[in-house]
Design a protein around this ligand. Structure first.
Ligand code: NAP
Length: 283
């Protein structure tokens, strides 16, 4: 098998690490504009060789794992370069603009639009880890637009990585993901900002920060280069979630100002239900 990964960072790198474990005979090729990432990926054994777009004609699978603004430009070029039986999938955190960018491409049927709901706050090839996708959900959009034979091969690969499959249209994906992923990142970034602005002496932050703060603010370590284009592409949905979130924050503040501790208790009590929801997701 010839597997090409374009963008050898956390997601693309982790995916090919697992593929290589499952298929030791596969050759993993990497394409990345960041030369030091290419060298690092070879040194770490994430990829076997660097490649170019000309090599894509012989690829069995092409994984496009670049920031979502880059995906809009790269994906049509990849489809131009591949062979008749190559399967291309990309893993971007937004789906509507990317699906629209290739809607009329002559090789649209070789492409499968995915979003693996897995990740960490780290980037680059050194962030790639084995087993990242085990037990996680892979959202697939517009599956009917991919040739059935290629769909089957891609699904087999996703399942071998331990992923559950969920089908969704791109607009529903972008609407739902704004709540559970995009808003969570903004909330962590702005929590981090609020604390940093107040505590100019960083030592105080580290002295007083417990594991609760650390786990809540974890996502604020994420890459701005990856997240800015996500917010841009999903602006309408993200603004809507922010309005709802800000309204909830304002309501909480108003209850506190009114000394309405019974209402505050009840607010938190009703949100405790998140425990059961999260436990249910793990089953
Ligand atoms: P990452 O670790 O930053 O890796 C992306 C790689 O692509 C970097 O090496 C980057 O180099 C490279 N790159 C940038 N422009 C390129 C171009 N024009 N051609 C080739 N390579 C290029 O990012 P990631 O976290 O793996 O994210 C990749 C994709 O997965 C994104 O679309 C993201 O939305 C999606 N995703 C991320 C997560 C997550 O939790 N991180 C989860 C699910 C899906 P530079 O660093 O020099 O730019």
């Amino acid at each position: 098998m010839n597997i090409h990964v374009i963008g050898i960072g956390l997601i693309g790198g982790s995916m090919v690490l697992d593929i290589k474990s499952l298929h030791p005979d596969a050759t993993i090729y990497g394409i990345d504009t960041n030369e030091s990432h290419l060298a690092e990926a070879i040194a770490l054994g994430v990829i076997d060789k660097a490649a170019t777009f000309e090599d894509l004609a012989d690829a069995d699978f092409v994984i496009v794992s670049v920031p979502v603004d880059v995906a809009l430009m790269v994906l049509p070029k990849v489809l131009d370069a591949i062979g008749e039986n190559t399967i291309v999938f990309e893993v971007g955190s937004t789906k509507t603009p990317i699906c629209e960018a290739v809607a009329n491409h002559p090789k649209r049927r070789n492409y499968i639009a995915t979003h693996p709901i897995a990740g960490t706050e780290f980037s680059g090839p050194s962030a790639a880890i084995k087993g990242l996708f085990q037990g996680k959900t892979n959202i697939i959009c517009e599956v009917e637009k991919t040739t059935f034979k290629l769909q089957e091969k891609a699904l087999e690969l996703f399942k071998s990585l331990g992923m559950r499959i969920r089908y969704m249209d791109p607009k529903s994906h972008d609407k739902h993901i704004a709540y559970v992923s995009h808003l969570s990142h903004i909330s962590a970034f702005m929590l981090g900002k609020t604390v940093i602005n107040k505590e100019k002496d960083e030592q105080d932050i580290f002295d007083m920060a417990g594991s609760g703060f650390e786990s809540t603010v974890r996502l604020a370590k994420s890459s701005p280069a990856m997240w800015t284009p996500i917010f841009k592409q999903n602006k309408k949905q993200v603004v809507k979630t922010l309005e709802e979130y800000i309204s909830n924050l304002s309501h909480f503040k108003a209850l506190l100002e009114k000394d309405d501790y019974e209402a505050i208790y009840n607010e938190m009590r009703s949100v405790n239900r998140i425990k059961e929801i999260l436990n249910g997701m793990k089953k």
